[in-house]
Design a protein. Structure first.
Length: 239
């Protein structure tokens, strides 16, 4: 029951903030989210023709980056918020990528795709919002091919003081006020820091990658640890 209420709440949050989502991402990340994604793409090293599914794709910035890097491979964007997908679809059409990218409204905890389909499964700033993050990671592992990568870019928890204190003050006090000012959504942005408190730190998340059987797991703290990139590879054996 609790997970269902969280799922519904998260859905309502993102349906309501969709039009201002990109602006608020700038505020949330000190305008670093684009640099983080560029770093992630360098680490992924997507090859021409490779395929990917981008979960919690939101307004499709990462989905579009994956399509550009692949050039010809089929890219799927999936999100449970239709309002977010509608904003993303406009971007996809503007980039002329609507034949390469297909967008689906769906649940990251139960992906409507067969096993071993994609070269990459990615999730950007969405894992902390799902009811069961391990189930999402298992689904990501399931749909990638043997040798494929599971990739998560997410907010994290800084460990260095005094930066940690300054960051949490910003996150808990300043950010909700900015949400109210720019997006007219105080409660929704008040919820964002609460979602991070219960989320694993970068080392704990790396352990969860290993727990579900991913190999070559790497964690990369970004911008003082306020975000982190995690990557893991699906084994090529049947075990």
């Amino acid at each position: 029951m609790q997970s269902k209420s969280k799922e519904q709440h998260v859905h309502d949050v993102f349906e309501s903030i969709a039009p201002k989502y990109d602006l608020m991402n700038d505020l949330l990340s000190f305008r670093r989210h684009k640099a983080w994604r560029a770093f992630t793409m360098r680490k992924m090293n997507v090859q021409p023709g490779q395929t990917a599914i981008d979960l919690c794709c939101g307004t499709c910035d990462w989905t579009i980056a994956l399509a550009r890097a692949s050039g010809s491979g089929a890219i799927v964007g999936l999100d449970f918020s239709q309002n977010m997908l509608d904003v993303g679809a406009q971007k996809v059409r503007k980039e002329g990528l609507d034949r390469q990218i297909s967008l689906h409204q769906g649940n990251a905890m139960s992906l409507p795709f067969e096993d071993n389909r994609f070269d990459f499964a990615t999730i950007g700033f969405g894992l902390r919002n799902v009811p069961d993050l391990e189930q999402v990671l298992r689904e990501m592992k399931r749909v990638v091919k043997p040798g494929g990568q599971v990739v998560c870019l997410e907010l994290s928890k800084p460990v260095w003081q005094p930066f940690k204190s300054v960051y949490y003050f910003y996150f808990e006090r300043i950010l909700p006020a900015l949400g109210k000012l720019f997006a007219k959504r105080y409660e929704q942005y008040k919820w964002l820091p609460e979602s991070l408190k219960a989320f694993p730190d970068s080392n704990q998340l790396a352990d969860k990658f290993r727990d579900i059987g991913l190999r070559n797991v790497h964690a990369y703290p970004l911008t003082g640890g306020i975000a982190a990139l995690h990557t893991g590879t699906k084994g090529t054996d049947k075990g």
